[in-house]
Design a protein around this ligand. Structure first.
Ligand code: GLY
Ligand code: MN
Ligand code: MN
Length: 434
C-alpha cells in the first residue's frame, strides 16, 4: 500500500460524510505485565485511512461545503524515547510519508480540536471506543455547548466507524493481494503441521512448527490466537490452551493463520494425528466437507448473507440426519434449533484488516446485505460431538471437525483464495504421509 491508496480511501470517506469533523484515533499500546507490552497492533480503521503504525496519533478529517482537509497528529521525535524504543517518524517524517494536508505534534491536538469544534455542526467519532483522545473531543464539545463566541454549535455526534467499515467491505485488488500473501504463508504452515504431526507430540509443538513458518516468511503476526485441538479438545470452540498430547487414532483441529501487513487470513483444517482417517472420522469429515463445498458453490453477487446462513444450517441438519444423530423432519428440527447443539456457530464472517472484519452485515434498513464482488468471507462449517454426549452414536463421540476457507466474491461468482490447502480426505492423507 502506498500513500495514494490511503488518500483515495479518505476521499471516499469524505464522499460519505456530511459536513463536520471526524476524529479517528490510533490504538493504545497495551501493557502485558510490569514494564512489558504486547506487540503493538494498530487500530484497523485508523490504519485503513492513513497507514501510520504508531500509537498516540490522531487523524482528523474536516469537511465543509467549500473544502476538505486532513490533519494528522503524531508524537514528536524524542531522543530519549528513540534510545529505548526506536525512532518514530516525528512531525517532519510523517509530513514526508503521508499525503495529508497538515501534520502536527500531538500536544497541539486538544487546543486545535477545541477550535475546530467551534465551527462545525457534526462531530464524527468511534462511538464505541473509550480512547482518551475521543473522550477529550467529547468533553470539548460539551464544554463549548453554552459558550459564547462559538460560530456553529455541534448538533450531532455520529459514529464514523459505520462509514469506514462500509468502505472496508469491498476489498481493492491491492488488499486482495495482501490477503493472498497471508494465505500463502498460512497454507505452508498448515501443510507443515500435517507433515510433522506424530502421535505423542504436544499440541503446542504443532503450533510452534506453524509459528516458525509465519515468522520465517516475514508475517507481521498471527491473525488470532492459534487453536490446536487434539481429539475431544476440538469440541471446545475457542480452545487455545494447546498443551495436551496428540493421541494415535484422534483427529487434530487446527484453526491458525497469519497476518500480512495487517491483513488477515483465517484457516481451519482437521486431520488425523496418525495420517489415516478412521471410518467414523471419514464419515463425519466428508459430511462437513460436502456442506462446505455446497455453501461455497452458492456464493455469487446478489446472494444474501442471511440466505447463505440458513442454507448452511439446512445442509448441516441434513448431514446430522444422514449420520443418524438427529431424526425427524428437517425444518421442524431447525425450528426447534436441534442442530445447534452440534453445529453451534455461524457459517462465516467478513475478513480483512481484522480477522473478524467488523463491516456491516445489514444495510441501513436492517436487511441482510447481498454479496458484491470484492467482499471476502470465511466459510467454516463444523460438527462437534463431545466425548460424553450420549445422544451421539458412540463411534462419533469425541470427534470435532471444522473446515474453513477464505472466499472472495467475484463478478462471476467466487474465488476460493485458500484452495491450495489440502482438504479432501485423499489430499490430507497424502500430505500427512509425505
Ligand atoms: N479463527 C477464528 C474464526 O474462525 O472465526
Ligand atoms: Mn473464521
Ligand atoms: Mn478460524
Amino acid at each position: 500500500m502506498n500513500e495514494t491508496h490511503f488518500l483515495n480511501r479518505r476521499q471516499k470517506l469524505f464522499d460519505l460524510m456530511d459536513e463536520g469533523v471526524a476524529i479517528i484515533t490510533s490504538a493504545l499500546t497495551q501493557s502485558r505485565s510490569n514494564d512489558t507490552e504486547y506487540p503493538y497492533r494498530q487500530n484497523s480503521d485508523f490504519y485503513y485511512l492513513c497507514g501510520l503504525n504508531e500509537d498516540n496519533s490522531v487523524l482528523v478529517l474536516i469537511k465543509t461545503p467549500e473544502f476538505t482537509k486532513t490533519i494528522l497528529f503524531v508524537e514528536a521525535y524524542n531522543a530519549e524515547s528513540a534510545l529505548w524504543n526506536g525512532a518514530r517518524l516525528g512531525v517532519d517524517g510523517a509530513r514526508e510519508c503521508f499525503k495529508v494536508d497538515e501534520v502536527h505534534d500531538n500536544t497541539e491536538y486538544i487546543g486545535m480540536i477545541k477550535e475546530l469544534l467551534r465551527e462545525h455542526i457534526n462531530l464524527y467519532i468511534d462511538l464505541y471506543s473509550d480512547s482518551v483522545s475521543l473522550i477529550e473531543a467529547k468533553n470539548a464539545a460539551q464544554s463549548l455547548h453554552s459558550t459564547r463566541g462559538v460560530k456553529r454549535h455541534i448538533r450531532s455526534i455520529r459514529d464514523i466507524t459505520y462509514l469506514i467499515r462500509t468502505l472496508r467491505l469491498i476489498k481493492s485488488d491491492d488488499e486482495i493481494e495482501l490477503i493472498k500473501k497471508a494465505i500463502a504463508i498460512t497454507a505452508e504452515a498448515h501443510h507443515s503441521a500435517m507433515r510433522e504431526c506424530r502421535a505423542g507430540m504436544r499440541e503446542y509443538q504443532l503450533q510452534a512448527a506453524m509459528s516458525y513458518i509465519f515468522l520465517n516468511n516475514g508475517a507481521s503476526s498471527e491473525a488470532y490466537g492459534a487453536i490446536v485441538a487434539g481429539g475431544n479438545n476440538a469440541n471446545t470452540l475457542h480452545y487455545v490452551d494447546n498443551r495436551d498430547t496428540l493421541n494415535d487414532g484422534d483427529l487434530v483441529l487446527i484453526d491458525a493463520a497469519c497476518e500480512w501487513e495487517l491483513y488477515a487470513s483465517d484457516i481451519t483444517r482437521t486431520f488425523p494425528v496418525n495420517g489415516k482417517f478412521s471410518d467414523a472420522q471419514r464419515e463425519v469429515y466428508n459430511a462437513v466437507l460436502d456442506v462446505q463445498l455446497c455453501v461455497i458453490e452458492a456464493i455469487k453477487p446478489g446472494v444474501k448473507r442471511d440466505w447463505l446462513q440458513t442454507y448452511s444450517e439446512e445442509l448441516l441438519c441434513d448431514a446430522l440426519i444422514e449420520l443418524g444423530i438427529l431424526s425427524g423432519e428437517r425444518n421442524s428440527l431447525i425450528e426447534a434449533k436441534e442442530h445447534k447443539k452440534y453445529a453451534p456457530h455461524g457459517i462465516g464472517h467478513w475478513m480483512g484488516l481484522d480477522v473478524h472484519d467488523p463491516c456491516p452485515y445489514v444495510d441501513e434498513e436492517g436487511a441482510s446485505l447481498a454479496f458484491m464482488a470484492g467482499m471476502v468471507m470465511t466459510i467454516e462449517p463444523g460438527l462437534y460431538f463431545r466425548i460424553d454426549d450420549e445422544s451421539v452414536p458412540e463411534r462419533y463421540r469425541g470427534i470435532g471437525i471444522r473446515i474453513e476457507d477464505n472466499i472472495l466474491v467475484t463478478e462471476e461468482g467466487y474465488e476460493n483464495l485458500s484452495a491450495m490447502i489440502a482438504k479432501s480426505v485423499e489430499e490430507i492423507e497424502g500430505m500427512c504421509n509425505q
